[in-house]
Design a protein around this ligand. Structure first.
Ligand SMILES: *Cc1c(COP(=O)(O)O)cnc(C)c1O
Length: 242
């Protein structure tokens, strides 16, 4: 195995890190009285090479994510995972994403719904998406305001090419002396409450994509159905890389 010969290889330590992350999800789910199988683990391979995505798939991770469309296109061409787009989406990149991403986590405005809808209908498919909500009102983050979610979901329900299957959020970074989990938990709870309210009208709005390496326990405790894990699986990214 080349991974054994190369201590920096993409598969090095991956099995152990994957087991650790799965154990964290299991423990958090059981503590919350949830079935761990109801939490989907998505491996975020952003900034890592194609070989990392290949190693992740071989290790048993079938859901992978990128935050940039160009990287998703490159990796999805050679790695047959269920690919997720978790980063900001520009309208001019929609054509590269529709049909290629199993799920787009970052729909946050009507104009994006319009372009996704047009493109999906032209391709004869329906694009599954999540509405991204900027629960923490962090100016550095994408997402619509909590007050606008119902409006956006209602709007998207009129678009035959787009199906909103849930909500996604990225909480703000914690202040000094506060853990990621403690800081994020109220935001995760607010997303769940928004989902619960919407589900009365839109039963297909089920998923909650929330929780990253530093705060997955809080997310699972608040009902996450998808956690997006990068560094805990694949190691640190380069400074400044997003
Ligand atoms: C990078 C990224 C992640 C993964 O973050 P880690 O802290 O490395 O687990 C999750 N979600 C989004 C939207 C990201 O951009």
């Amino acid at each position: 195995m080349s991974a054994a010969a190369d201590p920096q290889g993409p598969a090095d330590g991956l099995d152990a890190r994957l087991a650790t992350v799965r154990a964290r999800i299991d423990t958090a789910a059981r503590a919350a009285g949830r079935d761990p199988a109801t939490v989907r683990l998505i491996g975020v391979t952003k900034t890592h090479p194609i070989a990392t995505a290949e190693a992740a798939l071989a290790a048993g991770l079938s859901d992978l994510a990128e935050n940039r469309v160009d990287a998703l296109v490159t990796k999805a061409a050679v790695v047959p995972a269920r690919w997720h787009l978790v980063g900001r989406l520009q309208r001019n990149k929609v054509r590269d994403v529709v049909g290629r991403a199993a799920l787009v986590h970052s729909v946050d405005r009507r104009s994006l719904v319009d372009v996704l809808d047009q493109r999906a209908r032209a391709q004869g498919c329906v694009q599954d998406v999540l509405v991204q909500v900027n629960v923490g009102e962090d100016p550095a983050k994408g997402g619509c305001d909590l007050a606008d979610v119902a409006d956006l979901v209602t709007y998207a329900a009129g678009a035959a090419g787009v199906r909103v299957v849930g909500l996604m959020t990225v909480p703000p970074l914690p202040g000094d002396g506060v853990t990621h989990g403690d800081a994020a938990r109220p935001h995760f709870r607010a997303l769940r409450e928004a989902r619960d309210t919407l589900r009365g009208t839109f039963p297909e709005v089920e998923e909650l994509s929330m929780g990253m390496s530093a705060d997955l326990e809080a997310a699972v405790a608040e009902g996450a159905t998808m956690v997006r894990i990068g560094s805990a699986l694949f190691g640190p990214r380069e400074e400044g890389a997003r």
